[in-house]
Design a protein around this ligand. Structure first.
Ligand code: SF4
Length: 518
């Protein structure tokens, strides 16, 4: 760890002294200003350290930073006057920032500027306009000393636009900044312990399925054709990033139709809705646009058919999930939810010869099979689709995660906690005997998971954007050289057509699509 000033080095050393395990991290005082930093960089470049962390204080350039806040640099820009000349990226910044937040510290990520002289009045605004959120005088030259090794820059804010320091000596007045540095030191040690080269196995297929792509496109087209706001009942797909991006574009997500103004457009999510929701929309004069995945709609149709033929329909699925609520709503008097084999004992059909079963599309096949076995054992005449209701995307992603888990020390699954198929991927990897965790973004990855993991598998649920996987790979690349391998178990070409409400107004979209029967 490099710290320019004596007080900064002391803060980091005190923090390390309080850590349980420093992983061999030690603090080097590098001196104040760019000239001393450049000299120190030459020494750092010759040292045999595995990784380089630059720590110290900095001045804030934006009004939302407060004294004591930590800044993790995503990029470090060397400034020539108020112009920013060169930029060096710090790809593992999200990993460090996430770990600092979990440690209870206030953290911002963003570009940091390094200047050659104390910043004078007016320069702050110019640097901020160039995108920098904080400024110091040493990070850029010190980063050069990393010479290709993993590197991060962590600065604690000692002065802000509203309260400027007048001299570097008054840094001792930035007690809050030094306290934050001290508290951050054990986290920096964990970052260093996680550094190292890795193999990354990418599960394929991963990320968006045809139903999710269609649902997102439906909201985008609705916004394009009708203008904002467009109301969406429930999350269009279960992913926090997707929902946040659509909210930014003008979508308003609501839990119930009562929150939608009369006469407004409302999109039904990919998970489907019960008939009573459609009836309420019609009563209210709403303009519904149905983004229900055609594969979910297929299960709804099976439920209606079995119920009309006098069957008791056991729906294998998870209580409280929007998809099971929608499917159960097709024939509430003729359906029973079965979550596990034990629940089968509670089924009470009028005629034991007329029992059918269906299932949620995003279940794990092995779990669902255990419930099907319990049903057919108790009701030998029971009829159903086997595990065919589990959609192609869920099946393919589970096979892919199994393939990478067998060769990985750790599996990371991109997806949100409320995404059923993403959670099933984690469980599938864990059942294969591999540590596995669900992450919404690179910031969710705990550094302790990575220590000692030289082979990491990455999968992504059907609702997780592909960009998240790219961000995770890039962040791991900031910890050391990464070699990636695609582990392909299937290729997918399924596409679904758009609902009729959007077709007429957007022929382009229709023409660009090929509808494939599931
Ligand atoms: S996971 Fe399967 S059922 Fe769900 S939206 Fe995707 S394709 Fe449709």
């Amino acid at each position: 760890m490099c710290a320019p000033l004596r007080v900064e080095a002391r803060a980091l050393r005190r923090g390390l002294a309080a850590a349980h395990d420093t992983g061999g991290a030690h603090v080097v005082r590098t001196g104040y200003g760019p000239v001393r930093a450049a000299a120190a960089a030459a020494r750092i470049a010759a040292a045999d350290s595995q990784a380089v962390a630059v720590g110290g204080v900095a001045g804030a350039l934006t009004d939302d930073l407060r004294v004591g806040d930590l800044v993790v640099a995503t990029d470090v820009m060397a400034a020539d006057g108020s112009a920013l000349a060169t930029t060096v990226g710090c790809p593992s910044a999200p990993l460090l920032a996430g770990e600092l937040r979990r440690a209870g510290l206030s953290v911002r990520t963003g570009p940091l500027a390094t200047v050659a002289h104390l910043v004078r009045h007016g320069q702050h605004a110019a640097l901020a306009a160039a995108g920098a959120i904080a400024v110091d005088m040493e990070s850029a030259p010190l980063l050069a000393g990393a010479a290709g090794r993993p590197a991060v820059v962590l600065r604690a804010i000692s002065d802000t636009p509203a309260h400027r320091l007048v001299s570097p000596r008054t840094v001792t007045g930035g007690l809050a900044a030094l306290r934050s540095l001290r508290e951050a030191a054990p986290v920096l040690a964990r970052w260093a312990a996680a550094a190292g080269p890795r193999q990354v196995l990418l599960a394929s297929p991963r990320s968006f399925c045809a139903g999710v792509e269609r649902a997102i496109e439906i909201v985008e087209l609705a916004l394009e054709q009708h203008g904002a706001p467009v109301y969406v009942r429930k999350q269009i797909v279960h992913n926090a990033t997707v929902v946040a991006e659509l909210e930014q574009a003008g979508a308003i997500f609501v839990d119930e139709l009562s929150e939608v103004p009369d006469g407004a457009n409302v999109v039904f999510s990919a998970h489907g809705v019960a008939p009573e929701v459609r009836q309420e929309a019609a009563r209210r004069g709403l303009e519904p646009i149905d983004a229900t995945c055609p594969l979910v709609a297929k299960v709804h149709a099976e439920a209606r058919r079995y119920a009309a033929d006098g069957y008791l329909v056991a729906l294998i699925g998870h209580a409280g999930h929007e998809e099971t609520e929608g499917t159960m709503g097709e024939a509430p008097g003729a359906m029973a939810l079965v979550e596990n084999p034990a629940d089968v004992a509670g089924l009470q059909p009028a005629d034991p010869a007329k029992v059918a079963y269906l299932m949620q599309t995003t279940l794990a096949a092995d779990e669902a099979s255990a419930v099907v076995d319990a049903i057919t054992e108790r009701f030998p005449a029971a009829t159903g689709p086997g595990t065919a209701d589990i959609c192609y995307a869920t099946t393919n992603r589970q096979q892919a995660v199994r393939a990478i888990a067998a060769r990985s020390d750790l599996v990371l699954v991109a997806g949100s906690a409320n995404s059923s198929n993403s959670v099933r991927l984690v469980e599938t990897a864990q059942r294969a005997g591999t540590r596995a965790y669900l992450v919404d973004s690179a910031e969710d990855i705990q550094l302790g998971w990575l220590a000692g993991a030289s082979s990491i598998g990455i999968a992504a649920g059907a609702s997780a954007p592909p960009a998240i996987v790219g961000q995770i790979v890039a962040a791991l690349g900031g910890l050391g050289e990464v070699t990636t391998e695609e582990v392909v178990v299937a290729t997918e070409s399924v596409q679904f057509g758009l609902p009729k409400e959007l077709r007429r107004a957007d022929d382009r979209a229709v023409l660009s699509r090929k509808t494939v029967s599931p």
